[in-house]
Design a protein around this ligand. Structure first.
Ligand SMILES: [Zn+2]
Length: 465
């Protein structure tokens, strides 16, 4: 009995010691390394791609060059903190297998490997930053805690968050080699896709010059420093009390969401016939994930606009239940409105289709009205002209008639005058004849007188002799 009591108390003692070590072990696993001891934190930075492996290429930019600049800047910044040793998997542009990168980190007993990348999508339409994390156990928990800090840094500069995600291959292993091999090497790791190299919305984050890539590197270093609760006298920052988000150890694999959003519905709330603006209210919901983008089509889904950000009033992984937006549709065309929403894993769900009758173009209506008015005016003018012409013609006819009448009158008058003239002529002739006769008679009288006188004189002369 006494021995039993003794054994019982010993057993209790052993259980307490066991529990103590168990709790310590769990604490070591789930808290950042800085909290443990004076050992320096070992950080390995892996610039994605290199050598023959260019990574994404777009618009004259090559991913391997960008990641190397960011990685070097991250290392330089992290080395300003105390109690940290930083390595790059490769310092120059060179080929290196993914496995070798993980082995490199494993050999240095790295506390974390940060794998740096830039993104590009097949259709060059996606945008935003994302962090891929291993899908199981402490690797998931640590990477997820770090990624939340990194995501906050991205959000602070206005980069849209595509989320913190896992991805598995057919064998239920981590899809990304660097996460798979690092897990094998016992190194926590995260793959950071800073932004998309091939979409306008993200270009402003890297296209203004190398300084922006350096800024990305400093930002990554800050996220790592916060996660490991580092302090830096050089930078004058102390993150030793930083509230690193806690992540529960998952049961089994954290699987990505493979189903599209369950709800995607649209309704037209307003149509402005003057401007052709149509306001749409869209609802979207995904029970396993969050809504990431929305896009719409006005031709029944044949072509879509580039995706837009779905509103997130609270946090990157909590999407609003609905979203209202106004689009401008072409006038005089039948619109077949269709929208779709994607979740964080780029699974798209299509909405109901709404047909909108053609909205008449106000400009066209105005032009048509103007043309009608002009036509009416032209017709009026033409009518006026016609009337004027008619009037003119009537006047002309009247004039002609008048002329005719006048000429007729003149003719009659002339005839009359002619008749009068003829009478006058006869009178004249008579007068002339009379006058000639009178002159002749006078002449005869004179001649007779002179002849008689001459005869008389002659006769008297003869008598005297
Ligand atoms: Zn890449």
């Amino acid at each position: 009995m006494k021995q039993n009591q003794y054994l019982h108390s010993r057993l209790k003692y052993i259980i307490w010691i066991f529990l103590f070590f168990l709790l310590c072990g769990a604490g070591i696993l789930c808290t950042p390394a800085a909290a443990q001891a004076d050992q320096p934190i070992v950080i390995v930075i892996d610039p994605g791609h290199g050598g023959e492996n260019l990574g994404a290429e777009f618009d004259g930019y090559t991913e391997k060059n960008m990641t190397l600049i960011v990685a070097k800047a991250m290392k330089e910044e992290l080395e300003k903190y105390e109690g940290v040793v930083v390595y790059l998997t490769h310092e120059t542009d060179q080929d290196m297998t993914i496995k070798d990168r993980a082995v490199f980190a494993g050999e240095r007993n790295a506390d974390f490997l940060f794998c740096l990348h830039f993104n590009a999508s097949a259709e060059h339409n996606l945008f935003g930053a994302e962090v891929w994390v291993p899908a199981s156990g402490e690797y998931y928990a640590k990477a997820y805690s770090f990624a939340q800090i990194q995501m906050d840094e991205f959000s602070d500069i206005g980069l849209y968050s595509r989320g913190i995600k896992t991805r598995l291959n057919d064998k239920d292993e981590n899809y990304y080699g660097i996460l798979r091999y690092c897990t094998s090497e016992g190194v926590p790791a995260a793959l950071i896709e800073h932004c998309h190299m091939d979409q306008d919305k993200d270009k402003k984050f890297y296209q203004l010059g190398e300084e922006q890539l350096v800024a990305f590197g400093r930002m990554d270093a800050t996220a790592a420093a916060k996660y490991f609760r580092l302090r830096s006298d050089i930078l004058g920052v102390d993150y030793s009390e930083y509230p690193v988000p806690e992540t529960e150890l998952p049961d089994g694999l954290v699987r990505p969401d493979k189903t599209e959003p369950e709800l995607c519905r649209i309704e037209v709330t307003q149509i402005n016939e003057d401007t052709g603006e149509v306001t749409i209210r869209m609802e979207a919901e995904d029970a396993d994930s969050y809504i990431l983008y929305y896009r719409y089509s006005i031709d029944g889904g044949e072509t879509y606009i580039l995706p837009e950000e779905w509103p997130r009033p609270e946090a990157w992984n909590e999407s609003a239940p609905d979203c209202s937006f106004t689009i401008k549709v072409p006038f005089d065309e039948k619109i077949e409105l269709l929208a779709s929403a994607s979740n964080g894993f780029d699974k798209w769900a299509e909405s109901n289709l709404i047909e909108i009758d053609p909205i008449p173009d106000p400009e066209r209506l105005k032009e048509e009205l103007y043309e009608e008015q002009e036509e009416a005016q032209e017709q009026e003018e033409a009518q006026e002209q016609e009337e004027a012409q008619e009037q003119e013609e009537v006047q002309e006819q009247e004039e002609v008639q008048e002329h005719y009448e006048e000429s007729q009158y003149l003719e009659i008058q002339a005839d009359e005058e002619e008749l009068v003239d003829d009478g006058n002529y006869a009178d004249k002739n008579l007068l002339q004849v009379t006058m000639i006769i009178v002159v002749l008679i006078i002449c005869i009288i004179f001649i007779s007188f002179f002849m008689a006188r001459a005869i008389f004189l002659l006769v008297r002369g003869n008598k005297k002799q």
